[in-house]
Design a protein around this ligand. Structure first.
Ligand code: ATP
Ligand code: MG
Length: 173
């Protein structure tokens, strides 16, 4: 596991259902390392929305998460821009990396058959999922990445599952 080299994240929520954690990274490598840290608190099944502008670092974060679950090496995780869904099968957890940037209609969405992927041992990581209300409703965790410049990113996590999240315990110790 790579060196984290991150701040510890600031706990900005009060009610656990509204918990928000905030991190700053200063390179793609640090964002990948944060992906490892986030993965340590993710137990399937989970639906995770990844928000942020083009080039914010959503796919970069997935590299860390997928590698942490031994589902793929970071270099093998590429943007599902045209294929829309990439599947990375790990020994215990299957990661589905989904990019809805080019999906505009309900009908197109349905052809992806995402419902079939929401199984007991799967974690869905969805880029541009906020385009569809159902994912805003159904998501367990939302990770928003904001670019502050060429290499600096603020990464905010919030979600219903964050209450008993190891990240929170670590942050409070
Ligand atoms: N701190 C950082 N965290 C993440 N990526 C960074 C950081 N600093 C620089 N980068 C660079 O920013 C780019 C992020 O690209 P990435 O494909 O992860 O974005 P994305 O949010 O998935 O975009 P898209 O919506 O187009 O799929 C990469 O080239 C990465 O090397
Ligand atoms: Mg991407």
């Amino acid at each position: 596991m790579p060196e984290l080299g991150l701040n510890d994240g600031r706990y900005t929520g009060f009610a656990t259902s509204m918990a928000t954690r905030e991190f700053t990274t200063n390179s793609a490598e640090e964002t990948i390392a944060l992906g490892y840290k986030i993965a340590s608190g993710l137990t399937p099944p989970k639906l995770v929305l990844l928000r942020g502008e083009l080039g914010a670092g959503k796919t970069t974060l997935v590299k860390g998460i997928a590698e942490a679950f031994h589902a793929a090496s970071q270099d093998d995780v590429t943007s599902p821009t045209f294929t829309l869904v990439h599947e990375y099968r790990g020994p215990d957890v299957n990661i589905y990396h989904i990019d809805l940037y080019r999906v505009d209609t309900q009908r197109q969405l349905e052809t992806l058959g995402l419902d079939d992927l929401i199984a007991g041992n799967s974690i869905l990581l969805i880029e541009w999922g906020e385009k569809f209300q159902r994912f805003e409703r159904e998501r367990d965790i939302e990770i928003a990445i904001e670019s502050l410049g060429e290499n600096q990113r603020i990464i905010r996590l919030k979600g219903k599952s964050l209450g008993g999240h190891p990240l929170k315990e670590r942050q409070e110790s």
